[in-house]
Design a protein around this ligand. Structure first.
Ligand code: BTN
Length: 339
């Protein structure tokens, strides 16, 4: 059946067919049949793709073969790699934006659907938790915000942050690392922060309108890309593995994990997420200093409760429940000297 589509979709389809064929050639005739386009129209779209940085080999009597893709995050690069149902099926790509969370919030207010994602090559006012900034230099890392419309009471929305943290840590582990989650939702490699999550909510008392899950992952930043004050505490996946990270492949893998965990959470509830979060946690069992808006608390991080709050056993022996704050992991207490 001929596919009716605009130029962008035609290019996505060509890339999809060429990626499927791997190192084999796909004939111009086959492409024109699949797309319902003339051979000349196919050639024009291939030329357009080349000007966007795709390296497409053309050999007469054999056809076309994809030999290189640019490291970009538009739907042209992402959609051939995606195996999700909803997440990232519509991508709003920006060369530069203040904050993808703010952009996604506006789109959601205007009716954007569940699963739409805002991605940027650069953020000029990237937002972190607790009013901090998220350093977002161009072309190196992943900055995105997913618009979710789950059927949940608003008080359960923070659990979605832990859903995303689990998906993030698993994806980073698939890349050969030992990623761990630091409560509530920082992801660390070798004790340094590689990724963070900022979840924002629009709701009425009984019902969530939408949730924006904003994720920043340092993929290809080198030490000099971090401001001086972060150099000892931040890292990137490339710094940890010694290899550059193809950003679209990482994004597609992460969105797949996120959708899988989101489906599981909506079907089975928070328990499986909590169990996985605990298994991936570097916080539990540690001596910690927790800073909240109201207080500082020292103690041992014992557990997270069924809603995701951190339970801290203080030095005085009471069990404190912390809903939001920053955790500093202290050195393990020295075991008492044996006599
Ligand atoms: C944190 O750990 O402080 C949370 C960082 C969240 C950063 C991401 S980058 C994409 C999205 N847009 C933003 O402005 N912030 C989030």
């Amino acid at each position: 059946m001929a596919v009716e589509s605009n130029e962008q979709t035609q290019e996505e389809l060509i890339l999809g067919f060429l990626s499927e064929s791997g190192s084999d050639f796909t004939s111009g005739e086959a492409l024109s049949g699949k797309l319902g386009l003339s051979r000349t129209a196919v050639w024009k779209r291939v030329e357009a793709l080349r000007t966007k940085g795709y390296r497409i080999e053309a050999v007469s009597a054999r056809g076309y073969r994809l030999v290189g893709v640019p490291d970009r995050l538009t739907s042209l690069e992402l959609s051939p790699l995606l195996s999700t149902r909803d997440l990232g099926r519509t991508v709003h790509h920006h060369e530069s934006v203040g904050s993808t969370n703010e952009q996604a919030f506006r789109l959601a207010q205007d009716g954007a659907e569940h699963g739409e994602v805002v991605v940027a090559e650069q953020q000029t006012a990237g937002k972190g938790r607790r009013g901090r900034a998220w350093v977002s230099p161009p072309g190196l890392n992943l900055y995105f915000s997913a618009i979710l419309r789950p059927e949940l009471p608003p008080q359960r929305a923070p659990e979605l942050t832990l859903v995303a943290a689990v998906a993030l840590a698993e994806t980073l582990r698939d890349w050969g690392t030992e990623a761990a989650i630091k409560w509530p939702n920082d992801v660390h490699l070798d004790g340094r922060k590689v990724a963070g999550i900022l979840t924002e909510l629009s709701a009425e008392p009984e019902r969530v309108h939408f949730v924006i899950v904003g994720v920043g992952v340092n993929l290809n930043s080198q030490a000099e890309h971090f401001p001086e004050e972060l150099r000892d505490t931040a890292t990137s996946l490339a710094l940890a593995t010694g290899k550059p990270v193809p950003r679209a492949r990482f994004a597609a893998a992460l969105w797949t994990r996120m959708e899988e965990w989101l489906d599981r959470y909506l079907e089975e509830g928070f328990d499986p997420v909590r169990a996985r979060w605990k298994a991936l946690s570097s916080t539990l069992g540690q001596d910690v200093l927790v800073r909240t808006d109201r207080q500082e608390l020292r103690g041992r991080a014992e557990d997270i409760d069924p809603s995701g709050a951190l339970l801290v056993r203080t030095e005085e022996g009471s069990l404190e429940r912390v809903l939001a704050g920053d955790v500093e992991q202290l050195r393990p207490r020295k075991p008492p000297r044996s006599r």
